[in-house]
Ligand binder design. Structure first.
Ligand code: SF4
Length: 461
């Protein structure tokens, strides 16, 4: 089982630590359907040199858009060696005809039902060329084969997914292409999710679900069950779920200390253009105040290059993020992924510049822009990152909290993440990333409110 490296992960301009965060959970999930007698090796090119000189019976490769060409090379290599090669993943589901040329079998959509079917057919020597997912159900999936994961090579080995998909339908998102023709949001049983959590050592967890708060009843049950578990965790949510009811308070009680939020844009017109309905008319700043009052740090996600953006959008967005004390930000250049509604509409308007998937990494402009030039978009995007993560802005954003302990945590988290590259590279080289976990857990530990504590810092405008 192979996860080939994303093209950008091998670039000298990008940070190795970003690609050593999470193990390949999807492949480890499929591995659970194999027989205990099968000998399986799970290789992740982000954290190790691939051994391609072996002679396996079966090769399963996970394909994302920016590792597609690398994945096809590896697939062709193994086809020549006589192995049976399967390709699956987001890119294969978006462009099955392209992937088919490099595989004996491909998987379209989630693989939990089709992979079992394939294994039966493979053992009976009658596998089909295409397996298209039909059953959308993860209520009774077997425990993930975490024993295949080289834990010490990842900063966050305890990543976990307890649902599939998301209830929303943003035009730029892969989700609808991947889950086409059936349910596009479903969860595990609460008890099974809690049992999976119980199997993970240590305190820290990272939920990789698209929307951890997306299913009210499931999330409530999960957080209630986690309450006594002494965990700290990170996950993703939409603005509307943060503002609705008291789910976010339950998440905080269960140990949520940081949340990834797709703000995407500060422009209402851009939200309409991208069908991001769950953000339209929502009070972003109210959601931020609520998260900060619960001691939850925020990783804000923003997209640049939507049609209403003008050359000032970069500074405006960074100023807003700093003023609102977002701990970290993830900026993207709008990228029309094949299979999405955004891609279809841009293709119909003749705005797709090329199909060099290696460049579809959300850091390069691959479509004809409106409102600002491609060069303005690229330089503005780079400048936004530099500006948000300058020491001056990290300090300003940290000082925006009303609790001194939050200020210190914010400063440590943002500074530690972005400003100590040689240390991260050293930890990766010496296979010591795992040793950073206690520090991460300490930074994410609960801040107790001390009403009498005055701020040691002067107020800033
Ligand atoms: S909310 Fe996020 S995961 Fe859901 S459709 Fe929109 S971009 Fe995709």
């Amino acid at each position: 089982m192979i996860l080939p490296a994303l093209t950008e992960a091998k670039s000298p301009f990008w940070r190795p630590i970003k690609y050593s965060l999470f193990p390949p959970l999807g492949l480890a999930t499929l591995a659970a359907y194999c027989s205990p007698d099968d000998s399986i090796e799970l290789q992740d090119e982000h954290v190790e040199e691939l051994n391609l000189e072996d002679e396996p019976d079966l090769v399963i490769i996970q394909v994302y858009i920016t590792n597609a060409f690398r994945a096809y090379d590896i697939a062709d290599h193994y086809l020549l060696r006589g192995a049976y090669v399967c390709l699956g993943g987001l890119h294969v589901s978006s462009l099955p005809e392209e992937a088919m040329k490099h595989a004996d079998s491909i998987f379209i959509g989630p693989g939990e039902d089709t992979f079992q079917e394939f294994l039966r057919d493979f053992r009976n020597r009658c596998p089909r060329p295409v397996y298209r997912n039909k059953v959308r159900d993860i209520a009774s999936i077997p425990p993930i084969r975490r024993d295949l994961i080289k834990r010490e090579r990842y900063l966050v080995p305890n990543s976990i997914v307890v649902s599939r998909g998301c209830p929303h339908h943003c035009d730029f998102c892969y989700k609808d292409a991947f889950f086409e023709g059936g349910r596009s949001f479903y969860t595990q049983q609460v008890d099974a999710a809690l049992a999976e959590i119980d199997r993970l050592p240590g305190r820290h967890l990272y939920f990789l679900d698209d929307h951890l708060l997306g299913h009210q009843r499931f999330a409530s049950g999960l957080f209630a069950g986690m309450k006594g578990m002494n965990r700290v965790f990170q996950g993703a949510s939409t603005i509307d779920a943060i503002l609705r009811g008291d789910l976010i308070e339950k998440a905080a009680d269960a140990g949520m200390r940081s949340v990834f939020v797709g703000f995407e844009t500060l422009s209402a017109g851009n939200l309409v253009q991208s069908n991001k309905r769950q953000n339209i008319g929502r009070d972003y700043e109210e959601a931020i105040r609520r998260l900060h009052s619960l001691g939850i740090m925020i990783n804000g996600s923003f997209v640049f290059g939507l049609d209403e953006d003008d050359p000032d959008v970069f500074q405006r967005t960074v100023d807003w993020a700093v003023k609102n004390s977002l701990t970290t930000c993830t900026f993207h250049i709008l990228t029309p992924y094949p299979g999405t509604r955004l891609f279809s509409s841009m293709e119909a308007q003749g705005r797709i510049l090329h199909r060099n998937w290696d460049q579809y990494d959300t850091r390069q402009v691959v479509y004809k822009t409106v409102g600002l030039s491609a060069e303005q978009l690229k330089t503005g995007y780079d400048r936004a990152y530099r500006s948000f993560y300058s020491w001056a802005n990290i300090t300003r954003a940290s000082l925006g909290h009303d609790n001194p302990r939050h200020m210190i945590k914010h400063f440590a988290y943002a500074g530690g993440w972005k400003k100590f590259e040689p240390m991260w590279n050293f930890m990766i080289k010496t296979r010591g990333l795992n040793k950073m976990l206690p520090l991460l857990e300490a930074i994410l530990s609960k801040v107790r409110r001390d009403k009498a504590a005055p701020s040691p810092f002067p107020a800033i405008a």
